[in-house]
Design a protein around this ligand. Structure first.
Ligand code: AMP
Ligand code: MG
Length: 413
């Protein structure tokens, strides 16, 4: 592994080069949140579909109430009561009005609404105490969207506002890019489940939980596999099953050079093509990537922090590409690194440091969250960003600037 390690950029590019957008599927809009639209959506009719009142009040002819004031209210005969949703048709002739609720269709003849607070009503008569301009407090048919207009184009990410707009144009189902099913396979004889009794020498399977959480957070669907023993047979069975049920396989552990690290050997025996094994980075050096009969297999190292950081830096962008997102990477910001970072002479690795970044006045300040060992998950819990010390850098002096990957912010570039 030592000879030919890829740089972080090369590894990322190799993965993205080999991941393709998944096909589209049709879904109910309520099951489409966060998905990427795969069709052009046009409005079959105006939104709003008819001209309606923007206020509770009285639909009037603006000309009738032009001279209205608190001292000289204009008296109008009330023809009808128009609640929202009514189909009643009335005609407001000079000298008349209709009581109207927000959202009710404007009656013919009326061109404005006087809000109820500027009126008084008794026995079929309303006194209007304030003038209103023509069109005042009225929402015109099509003022939001015109019939025939394109409201959303392929590539749009369906946020709550987009779901609402789809509903407004009468679309209950839409075509979106399918989200990948991700088989998550953890390996290791030393592992027991969080809820199991732990025997001597065992540790809890941490990564199955953090990884599945990361898959959900990326918008894809994890399939957690039962833990896999460190035998070739067990690893092979699990990988074959995982490949069969998922679009992407993420393995965890068993990719180092230990005698029980079978993932690599088994995959190659099964005919998977290894695109790389090993990245010039810390943590996460044993990260590996295969293509196996058209599906990506990402091998993440077993140390809990390495595992999460490799997911964040490599798997998440790949899943986003498969989901059709144009924005693949987290925002990058420049920050002052308070402690600095010592890099040994000749160390060509990219270092990812867990930091907490805070705005202080006009600068972003990053502080390491504690010991940076690749098993120390509590420092991951405190972090909201990863500071990147590039391979070619000679280290960072205290107070010098570094780039941060903002791991809590949505992708924006
Ligand atoms: P490996 O890559 O399998 O050699 O694992 C590297 C280190 O990560 C070892 O100390 C493992 O015990 C630990 N490890 C591997 N898988 C997990 C897991 N799922 N949860 C917690 N620790 C793990
Ligand atoms: Mg292991």
């Amino acid at each position: 592994m030592a000879e030919n390690l890829l740089t972080v950029e090369e590894a990322r590019a190799a993965i993205l080069e080999r991941t393709a957008v998944l096909p589209a599927e049709e879904r109910d809009i309520d099951d489409a949140l966060g998905r990427v639209l795969a069709e052009v959506v046009t409005a079959p009719e105006d939104v709003p579909p008819f001209t309606n009142s923007a206020m509770d009040g009285f639909a009037v002819r603006a000309g009738d109430v032009a001279g209205a004031s608190p001292e000289g209210p204009v008296e109008l005969r009330v023809l009808a009561d128009l609640p929202a949703g009514t189909a009643a048709r009335v005609r407001v002739a000079p000298g008349t009005a209709a009581r109207i609720m927000t959202g009710a269709r404007m009656p013919e003849g009326a061109d404005a609404v006087v809000p109820v607070e500027h009126t008084a009503m008794a026995a079929g008569t309303v006194w209007v105490r304030r003038a209103v301009r023509a069109g005042g407090n009225v929402r015109r048919a099509g003022e939001d969207v015109r019939a025939g207009e394109t409201v959303l184009a392929p590539g749009a990410v369906l946020r709550p506002a987009e779901l609402g707009l789809l509903a407004a144009v009468g679309r209950a189902r839409v075509r979106v890019v399918r989200a990948p099913v991700v088989a998550v396979v953890t390996t290791g004889d030393e592992l027991v489940a969080a809820g199991e009794t732990r025997s001597e020498g065992q540790i809890r399977d941490v990564n199955i939980h953090s990884l599945c959480g990361q898959v959900w957070m990326a918008g894809a669907t994890p399939v957690p596999f039962p833990r896999v023993r460190d035998t070739r047979e067990a690893v092979q069975d699990a990988l074959v099953q995982a490949w069969g049920c998922a679009d992407v396989v993420v393995t965890n552990g068993g990719v180092s050079v230990g005698a029980w690290d079978h993932v690599k050997a088994v995959l190659e025996e099964l005919g998977a093509q290894c695109l790389f094994w090993g990245v010039r980075q810390k943590p996460g050096k044993p990260m590996a990537f295969w293509e196996w009969n058209g599906k990506p297999v990402l091998g993440l190292p077993g140390n809990p922090v390495s595992c999460m950081i490799c997911f964040e830096e490599y798997v998440r962008p790949a899943l986003r590409r498969m989901m059709g997102h144009a924005l693949l990477h987290r925002p990058v910001r420049t920050a002052v690194l308070v402690e600095g970072f010592d890099k040994a002479e000749g160390d060509l690795r990219t270092h990812f440091l867990r930091v907490v970044a805070r705005q202080e006045g006009d600068r972003l300040v990053a502080r390491a969250t504690g010991p940076q060992g690749s098993g120390i998950l509590s420092s991951m819990v405190r972090a909201n960003a990863l500071a990147v010390v590039p391979g070619e850098s000679r280290g960072v002096a205290p107070g010098e600037e570094v780039l941060l990957h903002m791991t809590e912010l949505p992708e924006d570039h």
